[in-house]
Structure formats: structure tokens, C-alpha cells
Design a protein around this ligand. Structure first.
Ligand SMILES: [Zn+2]
Length: 130
């Protein structure tokens, strides 16, 4: 993904802390072209949930742009940097789960793929050259 997409996500999760923030990443061939910030319907520091109508509209936007859903991001304002047991249990789409976490006042993100309860890390690239 581009540095711009990366920074826009970081801005959103910082602004919405201490609540969890969330959103969608769409693109082609593993390359992110579109970021859609979503509302956390739970308004919670502990969990997130996307409102179904808003999610449906976002999926329509992605489809009409000829893109596919590549990732879902959300934040853990108090860590950890990996999916929680709830995240693993509720993972519904075979896409990269990007988790933003705050550690000692610094925000970072890691990517994870969750399949049938198994979790493995996916390296996220966000330099200008990829
Ligand atoms: Zn989580």
C-alpha cells in the first residue's frame, strides 16, 4: 500500500483512540488502492463491530470501482499487536486483518491472516516503491 494509505489509517486510529477504530482496504493483486474508514458501531475500547448497512455500502463502492476486499483493519489502543481470541473467533473474510496497536505511546500495525482458527503473520509493505 502507499504511504498515504498507511498514514490515513494511522491518523484515524489515533483520532478515535481510546475507542477501537476500524475500516476496509480494497485493491487488486494484493495492492491496496482504496481505504474506507468505518464507524465502530460498538463505540468500545475493547471490541469493534461494523454496522451492516454501512458495510454493505462500502462493499458496493469497492465492487463498483472494480476492486476486491483485501483487508480489514482495526485498532487495539491498549495493545496487543496480534488478534485477540474474539478477533480469531469472529474473522469472517479470508482477507488480511491489519491490527493497529499502541505501545509506549507509539502506533504501529501488523498484518495477520486468520483461517479456521489458525493465525499467521502477513508482511505489510507501505513504502512508496510498492
Ligand atoms: Zn481486535
Amino acid at each position: 500500500m502507499t504511504p498515504g494509505t498507511w498514514q490515513a489509517m494511522r491518523r484515524q486510529v489515533k483520532q478515535q483512540a481510546p475507542l477501537e477504530a476500524c475500516g476496509l482496504l480494497a485493491g487488486m493483486n494484493g495492492r491496496v488502492e482504496m481505504r474506507i474508514g468505518m464507524h465502530n458501531a460498538d463505540r468500545s475500547p475493547m471490541r469493534f463491530h461494523m454496522e451492516p448497512a454501512e458495510q454493505w455500502r462500502a462493499f458496493q463502492r469497492i465492487e463498483s470501482a472494480g476492486l476486491e476486499l483485501l483487508g480489514i483493519y482495526h485498532s487495539h489502543p491498549n495493545g496487543p499487536d496480534r488478534p485477540s481470541p474474539t478477533d480469531i473467533a469472529e474473522a469472517m473474510y479470508p482477507v488480511v486483518q491489519v491490527i493497529w496497536y499502541c505501545w509506549n505511546g507509539k502506533w504501529g500495525a501488523r498484518g495477520w491472516r486468520i483461517e479456521a482458527g489458525n493465525v499467521r503473520e502477513i508482511l505489510l509493505k507501505h513504502s512508496a516503491s510498492v
